[in-house]
Write a protein that binds this ligand. Structure first.
Ligand code: OFO
Length: 165
């Protein structure tokens, strides 16, 4: 195995964290669907699929390094959202938490002089910068919309954000 046991365990944990992000965004997508906001729903569905990709990319890396992948159980994601703003705020909070997880992994890689893993994690470091920025922008837009009508108009802007992002 080309990574330490500690690093393999930490990366396995991050596979779980990325799958939990997938789970969380999928629930957000369903919650938006129930609110009648189909573009928001699609947005979070696509976000969920990205998170699934992040999880599997780490799993593939573990295998490439001769380590084993062990899938861990996921908590139930929050589902009782009361408003669009609450969902989007939770998404931003989630991305900030994931950024901290990625930073902790990057610190461990540096501490262990594990240059391959440090290099591998750069994609995630960069990805988190973009995801926090996009989630912040989305929250700012939602905060400016104080009615369902405005939220529906905002959905056009959201589609543009996805295309730009
Ligand atoms: Fe996996 O990028 Fe967001 O959380």
């Amino acid at each position: 195995m080309m990574v330490s046991k500690k690093m393999a365990a930490a990366l396995n944990e991050q596979v779980k964290n990325e799958f939990f992000a997938y789970w969380t965004y999928l629930q957000m997508s369903y919650s938006f669907n129930s609110m009648g906001l189909s573009v928001f729903s699609k947005w979070y569905n696509e976000q969920a699929m990205e998170e699934q990709g992040h999880a599997m990319k780490i799993a593939d890396y573990l295998l490439d390094q001769g380590a084993e992948v062990e899938l861990l159980s996921l908590d139930k994601p929050k589902a009782d959202y009361k408003s669009a703003e609450e969902v989007v705020q939770a998404a931003l909070d989630h991305e900030i938490m994931v950024t901290q997880q990625i930073n902790a992994l990057a610190s461990l890689a540096r501490e262990e002089h594990d240059y391959a893993t440090e290099n591998f994690l750069q994609y995630y470091v960069q990805e988190q910068v973009e995801e926090v920025a996009t989630a912040t922008e989305l929250l700012d837009l939602v905060k400016m919309s104080d009615s369902t009508g405005q939220l529906l108009m905002l959905e056009n802007r959201i589609m543009a954000l996805r295309t730009e992002g």
